[in-house]
Design a protein around this ligand. Structure first.
Ligand code: 26M
Length: 823
């Protein structure tokens, strides 16, 4: 059978078996008779790690010998998920491993389930970083990811009495077989202290930072195996440790701190991932985390550069580009200035020229509460020299602004890095735009809004700097690995090179109306629904009918994403069924997955409400043949991989203008789910690809949202005008869903009526409800639905992260690929 993927690693079943046994014996010190699935998992990882390490060595040697320009992807989050199945898949050894383990009496899928997710991210932004490094390795581009080696990733979610409880995530407790510690590359990072101003003999003012603390950064490398297994890049994550250095002069007035307490402080830096997404936390430790990984990573980059180029900085901008994943790593800009000006003693202008040719910045949100601002006082305490540098950057920038808009103080106030007010704040977005040569949004609409609303004057000042790169997802994980049945069907129909060239999926379109193919496609969907039904039974003890519509909403819980809009509609369906037992609807299962930030009260109340409503509906014999609700706890990458292949309907219902892109929308459509969604983020581009007949678009547009808000939006009008809205909101306040506890869910009603319904849930309700009726109607026409589902898969070519990376490479990074070959 022909395979179009050239592979670097060839190893047969018996060799694989021998390698696994060897590691069972020699790495784990156990044997075939004693080993449980966890031991088999570790032994299989170790067997793979031999190839992985060989791949890393060859890749690094090749990049070194070719003195390649490389992209350095700085991100506070990398949401990697599980690695074994991905690495097997990308080395082309999945079937070999499956057969080998089978002969040993071991089931590979059970073994894969042993692996804890690497959940070092909150959601979209972190998962995007993981998809991007997969594409970079697959496309054989010289690249490294830099981030934080959190001891605890995103919390594990438990549901108790319907409410979210957070438990620590301990992904490394029993050892991580993939990571490689690199003690030879340990770095030291300074914090706190004060700045001394000195006058050099040449009259040059010299600044010397006398730090109060120095911490060590220990690098751990996670392999990133490209598809085909040729290039293996790394993700380098920094762990903090005490260095033993403590400047008593600085702190002697602050009282006694014993050595052990200092260790605890230093090690706290990489302890835990902040679980906020889309809310700026403003905590000292968060700023220290950001600086810690940026400083370590810059030192690492400079050490590598100097090995090849010595003290000559002139080629730095040819060799190094740094992509800032949101503003979380923006402190790298003043840090590089500090290194160049204070340490390398370059003039300011030379140093600034280097900076502004090295950094590029991606914006991921317009939500004002998510835009990072740090109190100047906090920066002064933790990074006193950096604050001075930021002031200097701003001073020079203000002069540039004055040239363009002479005497215009209002524009200066708007553009300044420093926000004046009660407390002076440093705007990290402004610093990022000023310090970068390119700034991008993550979908067409979002990038337009970044230009028009967020940074309009920056766009006027530097035309062309603000641009768009639409997000993407890796089809290796999000179709080939997570949906093997569909992948094999596609292979048979159009060949197996689509994972490297996703536009090839367009070849499926001509089969969209073919009865046989429709049947095969929908049979695969049915199988995947069966698997998810078993998961739902096991985790929630709910029986669901695989002939029902599986309607899936999976994403972080946030008001702007409007899970509560879906909830109101579910309650309305329930009410319609109670009022009219013959109410005509195709059976439907609403399936949710969502974590709420621990401090986000309303988000947690929405989770509680979904679970309470689910409880009632699922146990109400009057309706539960037609309606079910399942909230699957602990939504994470590995659970997404089970939910996405089983979805019929994809819920993408954010308020227009609020979801920067969305990437779950792409994953679901790629797996043949039909979207019900607003004209927001990448939904717009998905609609362009699949065509209006193959998506259910509803609701207000960005312009209509703005007009409605400008004209004075009154949610009560909708409450009084629409009896269904009134009925379900009033219902929420009774004790029907929370027996004995009336009012337990009333915060949702309050937010929609008394607190102004910021995200226009009530304004979009009727349109959503109508669109859902259209979904119902379409699904009942089996052929129509099969055609829609197939076209969704066929038209997702644009949304491969390979295309996103190609955009970055050609338009921003200017990189060449570097083939890694045997030897
Ligand atoms: C901020 C401060 C303190 C702690 C955490 C944060 C923080 C962490 C993550 C803030 C925002 C974070 O992520 C934002 C995010 O995930 N944005 C999403 O990015 C995706 C990839 O571009 C888009 O598809 C989503 O639309 C966008 O919401």
């Amino acid at each position: 059978k022909k395979t179009s993927v050239e592979r670097d690693v060839t190893i047969n079943k018996s060799e694989f078996k021998a390698a696994v046994i060897k590691h069972l014996h020699c790495t784990l010190g156990t044997d075939e008779n004693k080993a449980n699935n966890h031991a088999w998992w570790k032994a299989t990882c170790s067997a793979m790690q031999e190839h992985v390490l060989e791949g890393i060595r060859k890749t690094q040697k090749t990049h070194y010998l070719n003195d390649t320009r490389a992209v350095h992807y700085f991100s506070a989050e990398f949401l990697m998920g599980r690695l074994l199945s991905n690495n097997l898949q990308n080395f082309g050894l999945f079937d070999v491993a499956n057969d080998a383990l089978n002969e040993l009496g071991v089931n590979l899928s059970d073994v894969l389930e042993e692996e804890p997710d690497m959940a070092l991210g909150n959601g979209g932004l972190g998962r995007l970083a993981a998809c991007f490094i997969d594409s970079l390795a697959t496309m054989e581009l010289p690249a490294i990811g830099y981030g934080i080696h959190y001891e605890h990733g995103l919390f594990r979610q438990e549901i108790q009495g319907g409410a979210q409880i957070e438990r620590p995530d301990s992904w490394r407790d029993y050892g991580n077989p993939w990571e490689i510690c690199r003690p030879e590359s340990i770095q030291e990072v300074s914090l706190f202290g004060y700045v001394e101003t000195k006058y050099g003999e040449n009259g040059r003012i010299q600044k010397e930072w006398h730090p109060g603390h120095i911490v060590k950064g220990i690098p751990w490398d996670i392999p990133v195996v490209g598809y085909g297994g040729k290039t293996v890049n790394v993700l380098r994550l920094w762990q903090s440790k005490a260095s033993g250095y403590f400047n008593w002069d600085v702190f002697n007035s602050g009282g006694y701190l014993d050595a052990q307490a200092e260790n605890v402080q230093a090690e706290t830096i990489s302890k835990v991932l902040y679980p906020n997404d889309e809310t700026e936390a403003g905590k000292e430790l968060r700023l220290i985390q950001q600086y810690f990984f940026c400083a370590c990573s810059l030192k690492d980059i400079i050490r590598r550069y100097k090995r090849a180029h010595g003290d000559d900085w002139s080629r730095f901008i040819d060799q190094v580009v740094i992509q800032l994943n949101d503003t979380h790593p923006a402190i790298a800009i003043p840090e590089l200035m500090r290194i160049l000006v204070d340490r390398a003693e370059l003039d300011w202008d030379k140093a600034w020229n280097i900076c502004t040719n090295v950094f590029a910045y991606t914006n991921h949100t317009l939500l004002p509460e998510a835009l990072e601002r740090w109190p100047a006082r906090m920066l002064e305490k933790i990074l006193p020299r950096h604050l001075e540098i930021i002031y200097e950057i701003n001073h020079r920038f203000m002069k540039e602004v004055d040239k363009k808009w002479p005497g215009d103080n209002a524009v200066k106030a708007r553009l300044s890095i420093i926000e004046e007010g009660n407390e002076k704040m440093v705007r990290m977005g402004h610093l990022s735009v000023i310090g970068s040569f390119a700034v991008n949004g993550v979908a067409e609409l979002h990038s337009r809004l970044v230009k028009q609303n967020l940074f309009p004057e920056f766009d006027a000042l530097w035309p062309g700097k603000l641009t768009n790169v639409t997000n993407g997802i890796t089809p290796r994980r999000w179709l080939k690995a997570c949906n093997p049945s569909l992948s094999k069907l596609i292979d048979k129909k159009i060949g197996d090179d689509w994972p490297l060239d996703l536009n090839k999926l367009a070849g499926l379109e001509k089969f969209a109306t073919n009865k046989t193919f429709q049947k095969q496609f929908m049979q695969v969907k049915q199988q995947n629904k069966q698997l998810l039904a078993e998961e739902i039974k096991a985790s929630l003890d709910i029986d669901v009918d695989v002939n029902a519509i599986f309607d899936v909403q999976i994403k972080r819980l946030h008001e702007y994403k409007r899970q509560h809009l879906a909830l109101l509609h579910i309650m309305a369906l329930y009410r319609r069924l109670l009022e009219n037992p013959d109410y005509d609807m195709h059976p439907r299962v609403f399936i949710f997955g969502a974590k709420a930030a621990p401090g986000y009260k309303l988000a947690k109340d929405i989770i509680l409400a979904i679970n309470k409503v689910a409880d009632k509906i699922n146990n109400d014999a009057r309706v539960n043949q037609k309606l079910k609700v399942a909230f699957l706890p602990n939504y994470r990458v590995s659970l997404a991989e089970k939910m996405i292949p089983a979805a019929d309907v994809s819920e993408q219902i954010s308020t227009a203008g609020k979801e920067a892109s969305g990437t779950g929308n792409m994953k679901l459509a790629l797996n043949g789910a039909v979207t019900i969604g607003t004209l927001d983020g990448a939904n717009i581009e998905i609609a362009e690809e699949v065509g209006d007949d193959n998506i259910f678009i509803f609701g207000l547009t960005v312009d209509e949202v703005n007009e409605l808000k400008a004209s004075g939006y009154k949610p009560y009008d909708y409450y009084y005008k629409n009896p269904e809205i009134k009925a379900v909101l009033d219902w929420l306040e009774t004790d029907y869903f929370t027996p004995g506890k009336p009012g337990a869910l009333s915060s949702i009603k309050q937010s929609l009526l008394d607190h102004g319904d910021q995200y226009l849930v009530l304004a979009d309700y009727e349109a959503y409800s109508k669109a859902q009726e259209e979904v119902d109607k379409a699904y009942r026409d089996k052929e129509r639905w099969a055609k829609m589902a197939i076209i969704n898969t066929a038209k997702m070519g644009k949304f491969t992260s390979d295309r996103s990376i190609r955009d970055y490479v050609e338009r921003i990074w200017k990189l060449d690929s570097c083939p890694v070959r045997k030897g």
